[in-house]
Design a protein around this ligand. Structure first.
Ligand code: ZN
Ligand code: FE
Length: 267
């Protein structure tokens, strides 16, 4: 059965630069990498685990997500999947909303969502949305406790993109691309001080970081309970925005999200 062999897949966390996570999905023999901003740590992890790279998956065009691709291709002639709406020289298999990716070398099928906002063509990859352990690789769109900056897209686009991700099952593991969690949660506490789930999350994640344990992956359920960028309609958050003079009473939820993102940019 496909399901039982798919469960043999696992995801290795490969830290890079100051706070990036590169994800290596593997079955003990073959591997696919998500957003290899740097080739060195990926080549080291492949060597250490005796894996052969058979696919490269990119979420968006920023250098910290694609910078390692040319060097990886020198070692492994892997196909490169990436957003059809962005120009990335190394991409050989452009994909977008509705695409299915049968990942070469692995018993792994991913579906693709367009999630513009951080960049105009940003995509996300999802495994097994109806299965026991859904996975989401969302690059710099949804973060643990936060969301990506709007470098190219609009707040309305980001709201719609985050809405697509929030609609995934609560158990979906969220493999985002940066360890920004504690600073995101510091902001979240200011904008929603009464959120009990958020308070306990801060304790849990702080404990992980004290022991240098990644706070990623998170889950969609946890993000829905604690991430202000999925909770911008909550009365307490709206009130905090009004108190901070970032929003006027009665303004739209688009205005609230926009104000929240702006506040975080300057936090
Ligand atoms: Zn980025
Ligand atoms: Fe990034």
């Amino acid at each position: 059965m496909t399901i039982s062999s798919a469960q043999a897949l696992s995801v290795l966390t490969v830290p890079a630069f100051d706070d990036n996570y590169l994800w290596l999905i593997h079955d003990g023999i073959h591997a696919a990498v998500v957003d290899p901003g740097d080739a060195k740590p990926i080549l080291a992890a492949l060597r250490e685990h005796g894996l052969k790279l058979t696919a490269i998956l990119l979420t968006h065009h920023h250098a910290d997500h694609i910078g390692g691709v040319p060097e990886l291709l020198q070692h492994y002639p892997a196909p490169v999947f990436g957003p059809h709406n962005e120009t990335i020289a190394s991409v050989t298999r452009p994909v977008g909303e509705g695409s299915r990716v049968d990942v070469p070398g692995l018993d792994l099928r991913l579906s693709v969502l367009d999630v513009p906002g951080h960049t105009n063509g940003h995509i996300a990859y999802i495994r097994d949305v109806d299965g026991p352990e859904p996975w989401l690789f969302c690059g710099d769109t949804l973060f643990a406790g936060g969301c990506g900056r709007l470098f190219e897209g609009t707040p309305a686009q980001m709201i719609s993109s985050l809405g697509k991700l929030a609609a995934l099952p609560d158990a979906t593991k969220v493999y985002c691309a940066h360890e920004y969690t504690l600073s995101n949660l510091r902001f979240a506490r200011v904008v929603e001080p009464g959120n009990i789930a958020l308070r306990s999350r801060v304790e849990v994640e702080t404990g992980k970081r004290e022991h240098n344990i990644p706070t990623v992956p998170s889950t969609i359920g946890l993000e829905k309970a604690t991430n202000p960028f999925l909770r911008y309609r909550e009365p307490e958050i709206v009130q905090q925005l009004i108190n901070a003079d970032m929003l006027k009473p009665g303004e739209s939820s688009l205005a609230a999200f926009t104000a929240l993102r702006l506040w975080k940019n300057n936090f």
